[in-house]
Design a protein around this ligand. Sequence first.
Ligand code: NAD
Length: 441
Amino acid sequence: MKTSEVLLNIRRSFKLTQEEMANKLMVTRQAVSRWENGDTVPSTDTLKIISMIFNVSINHLLGQYNNDICHYCGAPIDKIKSGVHSEIFKGEAMKNILVTGGAGFIGSNFIQYMLTSKIHNNIINLDALTYAGNLENLSTVKDSPKYTFVKGNICDGKLLDEIFTKYDIDIVVNFAAESHVDRSIIEPDIFVKSNVIGTHVLLEIAKKHWKKKPEDKYDREYKSGVKFIQISTDEVYGTLSYTGLFTEETPLAPNSPYSASKASADMFVRSYHETFGMPVNITRCSNNYGPYQFPEKLIPLMINNCINNKPLPVYGVGAQVRDWLYVEDHCTAIYAVMMNGISGEIYNIGGNNEMKNIDVVKFLISELGKTDNLIQYVKDRPGHDMRYAIDNNKITSELDWSPAYTFKQGMKKTIDWYLTNSEWMNRVITGEYEHYYSKMY
Ligand SMILES: NC(=O)c1ccc[n+]([C@@H]2O[C@H](COP(=O)([O-])OP(=O)(O)OC[C@H]3O[C@@H](n4cnc5c(N)ncnc54)[C@H](O)[C@@H]3O)[C@@H](O)[C@H]2O)c1
């Protein structure tokens, strides 16, 4: 990370405007703006002052840190559970974040991102470990003192109540969901239970713990710094024809039981903001790809079948268009919403990267040195949406977020990951990953 980014992060962590930061450091606002743009760097004396005021090590300010030490004070990471950090960040940046569904694809990437880049947070991961939950995805962070795993269901209000009390939760990031459209066609009930009822139970418990006077229905005051972030999907908008983009104002028109359950959950989140004043954000992201994705989804399925010279099943003629985003970019977008999203707002997240499914498959075939002979066209899915495409103007202009990876760069990282983690894939395919929990806990 560059000094400019470190300074920006510090200012945002402490919720200061450029003017307030400038006043603290006795410099002009223009100087702060130039540092954050990377046009100049603070003098050595100013760096020392920043270091003292914000408890940040000089090495961190110079962008020279490693993940074994605290970004803020230089203390070894395995010692930081002790008091000093909670004192430094009390009421400012230190947060207890409940991540639900953190053993799944995006949730596990998000937890790793938070624990390696934004380490002044505690993460509590609540996951029911359905077929899609794999604790092996978190093996790199499982021993972090900032990470706690709880096995359980978001429909279990009693358990949620205990978690909110025990860990004093400030932020909920709700990834937990049944997420596979094909499964929702065969078994819609569990989508209603986990995605709709589960989200509602979470909202109720958050309201109970966060509202200053929970018993007063007219009271709209909440503990400071709390927020409920609902991770939704662009699929709630339904389908597009060949032109147009989904904006945050596009009416909801879900076409599958999966997207209907996600749209319904979004409506509950919205209603808790409107009726009870709960601080919330909803994010609606396009299709993700990257490490740790369950191989029932297009990209890992095709990579695995290519590697093993198995047929590549393509729905219809593969003409469906999706807007692909590398999962790490989704994580940075969620973090931007968490830090700076305006309460009650919805943010679409997408990478301006539309591709037909068949072109994604052909891209993988060529990257993996195979031929189109592997492609096998199969009967299309009922109600298959034709095209999704995201207008990401709101998040890019208002929250200063943009994707860091092009499709080619993200795909290269993804293919490399699957090639070097073939054992992960084998354990998932054989079902062996499901024994991991009983072995580890
Ligand atoms: N994958 C995508 O391309 C994409 C795109 C946009 C939005 N989303 C949304 O992001 C979220 C995560 O998606 P993903 O692809 O990581 O899904 P995933 O299926 O890989 O992971 C879901 C996780 O939730 C857990 N879970 C399911 N039901 C639960 C319950 N009732 N209580 C507790 N845990 C439960 C599962 O065990 C699993 O670990 C979902 O809400 C999904 O709608 C996904």
